[in-house]
Design a protein around this ligand. Structure first.
Ligand code: G3P
Ligand code: CA
Length: 244
């Protein structure tokens, strides 16, 4: 474990801004985060876009599956008003728009490849090409709940850093992660128990739990020497880290 727990903004500063929008990322950057986590899916015309749900209904004024929209159609949706009317007009960003700005910063970028009910054949190659185009491979972590996707990423580029996402209390998940070539453990907060933190540290594998919003949880994980935490409230987490 590193000495300092890194603070990653989960979907940007999602507690105070509409998640996965440039406004949420910009807020996180200005708050001084170490990294940003974001969710990537593909449009009908294979443009990687940043949105969490497989359907646009919850976070936009549209309706339907992300995969059924061309980017031009998706771009016109309002991805801000659902959160607060003051964010009216915010759009779903492309991964390229995000890289255009954040490739010029030193932030760690955690790209989560979404692959749940909907599969996006070819998403690994498309995202990897974009990472290479912006020459940011050394500070990108690719994560996914779909571990086949991570294996595919590694086959395309053995040097790309990957991390397994998981929700359950797996036994010695660092061994499993190593077995598929992954370098990190991104676990659901309730399973970030001492055995996991200590075992992963001994195995030299970073742990970055999500979503760590409560003051006590943030404090405990920082004190435990956790490598990074993902939070919707990065400003709060940074303040806590500074106070310890
Ligand atoms: O990458 C950590 C976390 O974001 C995974 O869960 O559903 O928020 O994408 P979810
Ligand atoms: Ca995510």
């Amino acid at each position: 474990m590193s000495n300092k727990t890194l603070i990653f903004a989960h979907r940007g500063s999602a507690g105070t801004y509409p998640e996965n929008t440039m406004a949420a990322f910009s807020a996180a950057f200005n708050e001084g985060v170490d990294g940003i986590e974001l969710d990537v899916q593909l449009t009908k015309d294979d443009i990687p876009v940043i949105i969490h749900d497989e359907m646009v209904d919850r976070t936009t004024n549209g309706s339907g599956w992300v995969k059924d929209f061309t980017y031009q159609e998706l771009e016109s949706l309002d991805a801000g008003s659902w959160f607060d009317p003051s964010f009216e007009g915010a759009s779903i960003p492309t991964l390229e728009q995000f890289f255009d700005f954040y490739s010029q910063t030193s932030l760690v970028i955690n790209v989560e490849l979404k692959s749940g009910v909907v599969r996006y054949p070819g998403i690994e190659k498309i995202v990897l090409e974009l990472i290479n185009k912006y020459k940011i491979r050394d500070r990108v972590i690719v994560s996914s709940f779909n571990h086949y996707s991570l294996v595919e990423m590694k086959q395309l580029d053995p040097e790309i850093e990957t991390a397994i996402l998981f929700m359950e209390g797996l036994y010695e998940p660092w061994n499993y992660a190593k077995g598929i070539g992954a370098e990190g453990l991104h676990c659901y907060l309730p399973v970030a128990v001492p055995e996991l933190l200590v075992g992963a540290a001994k195995a030299g594998m970073p742990v970055r739990p999500f979503v760590v919003n409560e003051e006590q949880h943030i404090t405990n994980l920082i004190k435990a020497g956790c490598d990074a935490i993902m939070t919707d409230w990065p400003e709060r987490a940074i303040q806590i880290r500074e106070s310890l």
